[in-house]
Design a protein around this ligand. Sequence first.
Ligand code: UDP
Ligand code: MG
Length: 217
Amino acid sequence: MDLSIVVPLFNEHESLPILVERLHGVIGAMGQSYEIILVDDGSNDGSWKVIQGLTAADQRVKGIRFGRNYGKSPALNEGFRAAQGGVVITMDADLQDDPDEIPELYRMITEDGFDLVSGWKQKRFDPWTKTIPTKLFNWTTRRVSGVMLHDFNCGLKAYKGEVVKSIEVFGEMHRYIPFIAKKEGFHNIGEKVVKHHPRKYGKTTFGFDRFINGFLD
Ligand code: UDP
Ligand code: MG
């Protein structure tokens, strides 16, 4: 298996069919073998029914379901355990991340030799209550970790398969994955400017309050 796409999701039933169709389109054109792993983090909006339809329609789509809402980190962790690809790419389910970035991210791992490539939402479509605290978070995390990324918490990231098999993500640790990977000995960490879109359906689960909670945990 060349490529695994891992998508953590909580209440994203409107976005899922659009996302999966776009992923088939983009990755299908790359000519690599792939799987799309949808990790339902305890949704209560019918997302799991939608996922069942998508897995029935195409065996490359796989679903994992949590019995309750554990959070984005545990959802990513389960996806990492299940992923079989030589390259693993994570992205959010809400269509804010753009599937068109996947071919170049894949190339940066397989040809440029990066262990991890993190997306950088340089032009970001989120309210200031998110973007200002996020700037502070990135500034602090750069200094503490020594990893010189602009956007640690971007959902769109690509990894060598062995990286996701070597790390454990829990709590709110998804914000620090590049730092965790570095501590495991994966030093070749790159960054790619990626397109970002406003959220179309549903609403963010990581507003200002939750961000501060994450900081203080
Ligand atoms: N998510 C999740 N579990 C949660 C909260 C969010 O799996 O408890 C997923 C969510 O469905 C989305 C991704 O994590 O696919 C990013 O969440 P969100 O869009 O709310 O964050 P933002 O883009 O606003 O930072
Ligand atoms: Mg989002």
